[in-house]
Design a protein around this ligand. Structure first.
Ligand code: UTP
Length: 616
């Protein structure tokens, strides 16, 4: 093909067989067509000589190619080159970890509520005014199968607070707490970036707009949309045509690793640096516990001066989450990186660990379980992205038709993961982790009821059912830690999953964003029975000698100070099973297998400034 192009500069006449019926092309479009031919993609034009005029479709084809070319660091040529290399490695069965020996990296293991933890939280709150948050929310959520966007889903059904609302209110609470430490206060607005995709963008925007950005300034929130990448049909990286339109290249998501190149190209990182920010916190769409872990983890980053801090939970051997691992190559290279669980066991066995992925004396794997929440120090992050333009080491996962590995069952594409960012860092980079208990830090909603019910016993379901019940458990355990007598949970089966049902305790992030906040708001002898529900929806609500056996809901404005005590008793709110196949039940309830029947409650609103006592 190169020889045809070399013959003369007039592209259309140089490839007459391929390009009959060409519409008038702009010089840029001619360059794109040449590029495609040069990188072995002439099949894309094969049918262009067929009778019939399809000028609009052909122009739209070039628009798409222009987008694909612009949105990938190094353009389509680079995408195809990398694809050929990775596909050849995959065909040869090359192990990406060849030559590497794994070992346990160093990091911080925290115990909730001890002095260390409290100190880290204090430091984290101080640092929060120098932080920006980045939510990756471009994923389709095929495994969950929810018809809406995941961030709109209620994190719990007692108050119906959605994940995005919960995240934004938590960031605002951190902002207030952090500014409150500055003499005379401060005007800081912690930035929030949300990475969206064509699958989620409009619905996330609509959710924000129709809810007044859940209290954030609209200028505080930026949406960055990731684009899909071209699909590949064979080991030669021939681009796949859309099965429904032969003038379109088929595309699929590239993965959450796109967040780094998007942040880089947006220019936001430099804006943040110039504004004096120091940290960027990355998080995912459905972890209702995350912000219980954020203040302490940020405190660890600041104290240990970590360039990269991965949040982690203790990991059972063979549990389906990646392990954070130090890899040392025979040529001296080292990195601290997430190794996917299906790669960790063979890697360990191949490098002298006869038992492979096994628990150690603690009863857990010595490799902490990665939960994909990252805290990066902004300065070194910018330095690295200036070199890489945000490109992340990719992988390809073709499903072959047979053992010859010459043909695919369906098209594939390159993918990249946010947590692979440290792969290109120099050995001098300070890469660590912070381990917290899973009950405190991690309860994502990823699996649909049927798949969750098949999870081996003892492993987390990661369903809407477990995501919600985990919030009640965490809040109950936190209250226990400050001395509240909270009844034991009962065991219950919803959607085929056995879970602990604790009292349904919830609070707004502004009531307590740290353990110390909870400690300061609870005093005397308090108790909560198992059947109880408590929703605390105000900043200055203090529990004093409260005995709760039923449902209690308190709303208050920031200027109201409410002391709540005495004995509250009523029939309360009852958790009722629903059938996940019953179409008359709303999907949000069906996917968790229960709904809340609000039988009787004590509900009080305090809408004016002042001091109040609620003591029935
Ligand atoms: P998940 O592992 O939950 O994947 O993504 P997913 O694509 O959302 O869901 P499945 O696999 O189809 O069931 C982890 C995080 O990364 C985001 C998701 O929105 C989630 O917050 N993500 C994932 C992106 O932002 N972009 C992507 O291309 C993929």
């Amino acid at each position: 093909m190169a020889s045809v192009l070399d013959m003369n500069g007039d592209f259309a006449s140089s490839a007459p067989n391929l390009l009959k019926n060409l519409p008038q092309l702009s010089p840029d479009q001619v360059e794109l067509a040449k590029l495609l031919l040069e990188v072995g993609q002439s099949h894309l034009f094969q049918h262009w000589a067929e009778p019939g005029v399809h000028d609009d479709e052909k122009r739209a084809f070039f628009d798409q190619v222009a987008r694909l070319n612009a949105n990938y660091p190094g353009g389509l040529a680079s995408y195809i080159k990398t694809a050929r290399e990775l596909l050849a490695d995959s065909k040869a069965g090359k192990n990406p970890f060849d030559g590497f020996t794994p070992s346990v990296p160093s990091g911080e293991i925290l115990t909730f509520g001890d002095d260390h933890f409290v100190q880290f939280e204090e430091t984290g709150v101080r640092e929060a005014r120098n932080a920006a948050f980045v939510l990756v929310a471009g994923g389709l959520g095929e495994r969950l199968g929810y018809n809406g966007i995941k961030v709109a889903l209620p994190s719990e059904s007692t108050t119906g607070t959605g994940f995005l609302q919960q995240y934004i209110e938590s960031i605002l609470a951190l902002q207030d707490a952090s500014c409150g430490q500055v003499q005379g206060g401060c005007q800081t607005q912690i930035p929030l970036v949300i990475m969206t995709s064509d699958d989620t963008h409009l619905r996330i925007l609509e959710l924000l707009e129709s809810n007044a950005y859940f209290g954030m300034k609209s200028t505080q929130v930026k949406l960055l949309k990731q684009e899909k990448v071209a699909c590949l049909d064979d080991n030669d990286a021939r681009l796949a045509m859309d099965p429904h339109n032969k003038y379109r290249i088929q595309t699929k998501p590239h993965g959450h690793g796109d967040v780094h190149s998007l942040l880089y190209s947006s220019g936001l990182l430099n804006v943040w640096r110039d504004a004096g920010l120091r940290w960027v916190l990355f998080f995912q769409d459905t972890n209702g516990l995350l912000f219980k872990a954020i203040p302490a983890a940020l405190g660890v980053s600041a104290t240990k001066q970590y360039h990269v801090n991965s949040l982690a939970v203790p990991r059972k051997a063979k549990e389906a989450i990646g392990g954070i691992t130090r890899l040392t190559h025979s040529d001296g290279r080292t990195m601290v990186i997430n190794v996917e669980y299906n790669q960790l066991d063979p890697l360990l066995r191949a490098t002298g660990y006869a038992d492979g992925d096994a628990n150690c004396e603690t009863g857990f794997s010595p490799f902490p379980g990665n939960i994909n929440q990252l805290i990066l120090e902004l300065g070194p992050y910018i330095e690295e992205l200036t070199k890489t333009r945000g490109a992340i080491k990719e992988f390809v996962n073709p499903k072959y038709k047979d053992s010859s590995k010459n043909a695919f069952k369906s098209s594939t594409r390159l993918e990249c993961m946010m947590q692979d960012y440290p792969k290109t860092l120099p050995p001098s980079a300070r890469v660590g982790f912070t381990v917290m208990d899973a009950w405190l830090a991690y309860a994502p909603v990823k699996n649909n009821p049927e798949d969750a019910a098949k999870v081996p016993k003892g492993n987390p379901y990661h369903s809407a059912t477990s995501g919600e019940t985990a919030i009640y458990r965490a809040n109950s355990l936190i209250l226990r830690k400050v001395g509240v007598k909270v009844d034991d949970p009962v065991h219950h089966v919803f959607n085929g999953q056995e879970v602990e049902v604790w009292p349904r305790i919830t609070w707004k992030p502004k009531w307590a964003i740290t353990f110390s906040d909870v400690r300061n708001k609870v005093s005397g002898s308090c108790s909560v029975s198992q059947k109880s529900t408590m929703a605390i929806k105000g900043r200055n609500i203090f529990l004093e000698d409260l005995s709760l056996d039923g449902a209690l809901v308190i709303n208050s404005v920031d200027d109201a100070e409410v002391k709540v005590g005495g004995s509250v008793q009523n029939k309360g709110w009852i958790v009722e099973n629903v059938d996940y196949k019953d179409p008359s039940v709303p999907e949000e309830a069906r996917i968790r297998g229960f709904r809340i029947n609000k039988v009787e409650q004590l509900e009080k609103d305090y809408n004016e400034a002042g001091k109040f006592i609620l003591k029935p």
